[in-house]
Design a protein around this ligand. Structure first.
Ligand code: SF4
Length: 151
C-alpha cells in the first residue's frame, strides 16, 4: 500500500510493504504516528522537524519524507494523471490509463529544472494511492513507477 501525507511544506510517503512494525515512528512522535487510528499519520499534530527526525529513524525506509519546494501535486481523474504545478505552471505529470487488467501507469515526467526534488515520487504515489483506494490492480509500464511498486 502506498500513501502520502502532505502539509504545506513536506510530503511523507508510506510504503506498507516495507513496514516491519518496529514502531520507531510511534515511539518518536506518538501524536503524529498512531497505528490504531485512521488516518494513522496526522502531520498537523507535530512539528515538521520532529516528524523529519522520526522518519529518518525508520529502519526499513517504509517512511520517507521530502520538502515540497512550493510544488503542488493534484490528481486529475478526468485526464487520468497526477499533475505537479509551481506558481500555476505545470512542471510534471504522471499518466495512467484504465484497462480491463487495472490502472496502467505508463509515463512520468518532470521538468529537468525541478530535478532532485522527489517530484516524480510524489506524482507516482499520488496515482498509486488513488488506484489502491479504488482497489484497482496496478500495471506499471513506466519503468520509474515500476521500481517503486517492486520496492
Ligand atoms: S518506524 Fe518504519 S518500519 Fe517501524 S513501524 Fe514505523 S513505518 Fe513501520
Amino acid at each position: 500500500m502506498h500513501r502520502l501525507y502532505e502539509n504545506e511544506d513536506i510530503t511523507v510517503f508510506w510504503d506498507s510493504d516495507k513496514c516491519r512494525h518496529a514502531k520507531m515512528c510511534v515511539t518518536g512522535c506518538p501524536e503524529v504516528f498512531e497505528f490504531t487510528r485512521k488516518p494513522w499519520i496526522i502531520l498537523a499534530n507535530g512539528e515538521n522537524k520532529d516528524i523529519w527526525q522520526t522518519i529518518e529513524k525508520c529502519p526499513t525506509k517504509a517512511l520517507t519524507v521530502t520538502y515540497n519546494h512550493e510544488v503542488n501535486i493534484t490528481l486529475d481523474k478526468e485526464t487520468h494523471r497526477s499533475v505537479a504545478t509551481h506558481n500555476g505552471t505545470v512542471i510534471g505529470e504522471c499518466d495512467y490509463e484504465i484497462t480491463p487488467e487495472g490502472w496502467n501507469i505508463y509515463h512520468t515526467e518532470v521538468d529537468p529544472s525541478f530535478g532532485g526534488k522527489n517530484i516524480a515520487k510524489r506524482l507516482a504515489f499520488k496515482v498509486l494511492e488513488a488506484a489502491e483506494k479504488e482497489k484497482a490492480s496496478v500495471i506499471a509500464t513506466c519503468s520509474y513507477v515500476r521500481k517503486i511498486v517492486e520496492g
